[in-house]
Design a protein around this ligand. Structure first.
Ligand code: HEC
Length: 128
């Protein structure tokens, strides 16, 4: 009889002390979250660079018809002031501006909205 009581009691004490030893799961720190967000943003911009080089650079590197060049502060100032959403919308849908025509998705229908957005991020990042 004593044995029957002793075993479960011992078992329970053992479980409790095991629990006390397991490290608590702390929520990730602000710094960890921030560096994760930074890494994600960097990855998108890296992807955007590739999209840019194969789909957008043809016009935007030379600035043909006034296509704003990445890094050209003057050319981007007013566009950036209107906000990222405006620039993305114009890139996805295309538009006729003051100096020329920006074709929808730069003329490549197979690009996803996210890919075009990443390319816009890449183009405008340098001037922010
Ligand atoms: C055939 C040439 C051409 C290609 C290819 C092209 N663009 Fe453009 N893009 C233009 C021209 C020209 C303008 C400027 C039009 C104006 O404002 O008068 C422009 C403007 C823009 C703007 C500024 C929008 C704003 O808010 O004023 C963005 C952003 C942009 N292009 C993104 C892209 C991206 C991303 C790609 C590739 C996926 C791309 N473009 C490919 C010609 C091109």
């Amino acid at each position: 009889m004593t044995m029957k009581l002793f075993v479960p009691a011992f078992f329970i004490v053992g479980l409790i002390s095991l629990g006390a030893c397991t490290p608590e799961k702390l929520p990730p720190s602000d710094e960890a979250l921030e560096s994760k967000a930074d890494a994600l943003a960097e990855q998108k911009i890296e992807e955007g660079k590739k999209i840019y080089e194969s789909n957008c650079a043809g016009c935007h590197d030379s600035g043909v018809s006034g296509a704003p060049k990445p890094g050209d502060k003057e050319a981007w100032r007013e566009r950036i002031a209107l906000g990222a959403a405006s620039m993305v919308k114009k890139s996805l849908e295309g538009y006729a501006g003051k100096t020329g025509v920006m074709p929808p998705k730069g003329g490549n229908d197979t690009l996803t909205d996210q890919e075009v957005t990443n390319a816009v991020d890449f183009m405008t990042l340098k001037v922010k």
